[in-house]
Design a binder for this molecule. Sequence first.
Ligand code: CO
Length: 134
Amino acid sequence: MIGRLNHVAIAVKNLSAATAVYKNALGAVVTDPLPQPEHGVTVVFVNLPNTKIEFLEPLGEGSPIAKFLEKNPDGGIHHLCYEVDDIIAARDQLKEQGARVLGDGNPKIGAHGKPVLFLHPKDFCGTLTELEQV
Ligand code: CO
């Protein structure tokens, strides 16, 4: 079921400071900030040869990453995203094995315009895990 690592998401308080580190210190190619009001975040993508890093900065009231940043004021790894061929089949298989799907359990359209789901961190080694259908 599990496919490629699509991205590692890092939550930060300040996108421009975070992207400057990756651009200047690491020489990475980074995109312009992309506000995603429906997800409560602004996103910058760092494209690497084998995967992506996504920086997430809170956007608006009640951002889903606000609490995380209260606990991790310097920022930190927020979630991992794995690719799957069929997100509904993957979800149903995981639910059968007792994994908890967050939200209403139905895929939403994620940052790349593809269906995504989030799985409870307690069921996946303490790590919020996203599945993206590619
Ligand atoms: Co993600």
